[in-house]
Design a protein around this ligand. Structure first.
Ligand code: NAG
Ligand code: NAG
Length: 528
């Protein structure tokens, strides 16, 4: 819950302004279970830095501190990272009980004393666990994904890790956890989020096979997941710790694995995340050595990593489209397809589909050029993103309004008593594209429109107890575009009342914004 204010929005934007981390995920062993050695890691880290069309892929996410096949010997990736100046998101394997984490902590401490600041200066974060909470969900169990960990166990392991690095050069490095995005929107796991400094999110639209998951929907599904996670993250930073599109494998529902689609996903998701300065570990650089995983996510085919070309073009559009403009549809771009086949060991859950709400409301809006906000007007006093399928379920606490096929946002206005006898007009302002997409307070991630409904409920005292009651449709904007003011509906002002409106995404719109008055951005009530 919050009072809408551009000050808050600005503070929140500044928090994302640091240069983001770009890296890949690196397993401890090859497909044939052979352990990777220092030379193997060095080779991969160097290959990542030399990918044609890219720069700055200089970070490595590890799953464990332990050299594969040993009990608690330090993984040779640490020496390789030092030798290649590669930053590290360390991983502590946290499933299957206390002894496992004891071994991880032993190796972590050994690395600190063995390598000192040559090692610790490279560490950008520590993840305690990887998909442990996914593996204990019904989907994880059904998929035989292996042992996991309970939320209280993970909280305990996070505390043990904090204690282990206290007084060492790693003290103060952010400690997080990596899991599938579905885990974070499950309130049973809130205590884990509370224990963390950052949230590591894995999301794979390819695996969301109960939904429309063609490559054309890939970006939307990904950013829906991202926004839902941000909404659940208790204000903590969300790092994208795994995402990608397979280059080969089985078609899952509408998701076809091939290099051309992986290129589209790279452009729509990877390039957008890079542009938005989100810390990112792509899955993955190469997964086909000594085996042929199905599906395969590797961007490099089998062969000499430093020589073979990536399977698709990895460059991002030179004049990247501003993220506040409507994104290009997947079919209209070149695929940049080069050659080859590719691999993976990650399993992610399928997501249950929510029934889209159909709308029969007549279109009553007229786009117009924005001219600022004429006084008097009402700002919303509450902005509450909710689960569209169950609007009583709050998915965020209000810095950002979120719209997607699965997330709606509710706005409450306290209409001033002085507006008695006046007309109140609900207006949706979308400013022209911003020069720097990095600082843009609005992102239209996938095109579409909105529908707006008046809630019967008077509004909550607490967001957590929101009960929206019935809603009555009042207006539709069929296509939301930057640089427009959309008049939704006019009615006599309900002076002295608190009134609420629910805004739903239509036709696939995926959008988020920080409500502000200058320039006008978001849903306002103009009084005339
Ligand atoms: C290591 O990489 C960082 C950037 O990630 C750079 O600033 C630094 O100069 C590099 N150090 C060496 C010794 O190359
Ligand atoms: C929600 O989280 C709890 C605790 O991690 C887990 O036991 C439960 O299965 C999860 N529910 C779903 C539907 O995934």
């Amino acid at each position: 819950m919050r009072v809408s204010s551009s000050v808050l929005a600005a503070a929140s934007l500044l928090a994302t302004a640091n240069a983001a981390i770009k890296g890949f995920n690196y397993g401890a062993q090859f497909n044939n279970d052979q352990a990777k050695t220092r030379v193997d890691f060095e080779y991969e880290f160097n290959a990542a830095k030399q990918l044609p069309g890219t720069n700055g892929w200089t970070s490595a996410r590890l799953y464990t501190m332990i050299q594969h096949g040993s009990q608690n010997t330090v993984i040779e990736a640490i020496q390789a990272a030092i030798n290649t100046n590669t930053t590290l998101l360390l991983g502590m394997w946290a499933s299957a009980g206390q002894q496992v984490i004891n071994n991880e902590i032993t190796a972590l401490k050994a690395a600190i004393s063995q390598y000192g600041t040559a090692f610790t200066n490279l560490v950008v974060g520590i993840s305690v666990g990887s998909e442990d909470l996914y593996r204990i969900t019904p989907t994880g169990i059904e998929n035989h994904s292996g042992a996991g960990a309970q939320p209280n166990e993970l909280v305990n392991y996070v505390q043990q890790t904090r204690a282990a690095i206290r007084g060492t050069p790693l003290e103060g490095k952010p400690i997080g956890h990596v899991d599938t995005w579905t885990v974070y929107v499950n309130a049973s796991n809130n205590a884990v989020i509370s224990a963390l400094d950052f949230i590591g999110m894995d999301a794979y639209p390819y695996f969301q096979s109960t939904m429309a998951n063609s490559i054309g929907s890939g970006s939307q599904l990904f950013f829906d997941a991202y926004h839902a996670t941000v909404g659940a993250a208790q204000g903590k930073p969300v790092w994208v710790t795994e995402t990608g599109w397979p280059v080969s494998g089985k078609t899952l529902n509408q998701a076809e694995p091939n290099a051309g689609n992986a290129r589209i996903y790279w452009e729509d998701v990877t390039c957008q995340l890079v542009k938005d300065n989100v810390n990112l570990y792509y899955f993955t650089l190469q997964d086909v050595q000594y085996g042929n995983p199905v599906p395969s996510f590797g961007i490099k085919p089998a062969g000499d990593l430093l020589q073979v070309q990536p399977l698709f073009d990895l460059s991002c559009p030179a004049s990247a489209k501003p993220s506040s403009s409507v994104s290009i549809t997947a079919t209209s771009r070149s695929t940049g397809l080069l050659t080859g086949t590719g691999s993976s060991t990650q399993l992610t859950p399928t997501i249950s589909t929510t029934t889209p709400r159909t709308t029969t409301v007549p279109v009553i809006t007229m786009p117009a050029i924005p001219r600022g906000l004429p006084e008097p007007f009402e700002e919303p006093h509450l902005i509450v993103p909710v689960d569209k399928a169950d609007p009583s379920k709050v998915v965020g606490d209000g810095y950002t309004a979120l719209l997607s096929p699965t997330v709606s946002t509710i706005f409450f206005y306290d209409v001033g008593p002085a507006h008695q006898g006046k007309t109140c007009t609900l207006v949706f302002h979308v400013p022209p594209p911003f020069k720097s997409s990095e600082f843009a307070p609005v992102h239209i991630r996938a095109p579409g429109g909105i529908s707006v409904s008046r809630l019967s409920n008077q509004g909550p005292a607490e967001v957590s107890t929101i009960a929206v009651g019935n809603s009555t449709p009042v207006g539709v904007v069929p296509l939301v575009q930057a640089g427009n003011q959309f008049n939704i509906a006019s009615a006599p002002c309900e002076a002295g009342q608190r009134v609420g409106y629910q805004v739903d995404s239509l036709y696939g719109l995926s959008m988020d914004w920080f409500q502000m008055t200058n320039p006008p951005l978001g849903l306002f009530m103009l009084v005339s």
